[in-house]
Design a protein around this ligand. Structure first.
Ligand code: FES
Length: 105
């Protein structure tokens, strides 16, 4: 298990222990963290599982692959937006902080 901190738009933290090998999205859905819709179920096709990496974690999370990158525009990349279904949890991400946007679109 790895500790992931989901920070809501209003600053509320939801700290969760997520199974290694699961996605950041799955960890949120399975433990009632609000604000992640994940309409496509994790296949990088809907972009309703967006999170912003905390500044402290930029460069420490493996970069988006081509599939994920195709769902993000330059503005997203500048804001360190990622699809949480494409971030795989593991010990190297212990303490990861992701910010949940006020709305998913
Ligand atoms: Fe659809 Fe992540 S759940 S893109």
């Amino acid at each position: 298990m790895t500790r992931i901190i989901y920070r809501a738009h209003d600053g509320t933290d939801f700290e969760r222990d997520v199974e290694d090998g699961a996605s950041v999205m799955r960890g949120a859905l399975d433990s009632d963290v609000p604000g992640i819709a994940a309409e496509c179920g994790g296949s990088a096709a809907c972009a309703t599982c967006q999170v912003m990496l905390d500044e402290a974690w930029v460069g420490k999370v493996p970069e988006a692959d081509d599939l994920e990158g195709s769902m993000l525009d330059e503005e997203d990349e500048a804001a360190h937006v990622r699809l949480s279904c494409q971030i795989v949890v593991g010990p190297e991400l212990d303490g990861l902080i992701v910010h949940i946007p006020s709305t998913q679109h």
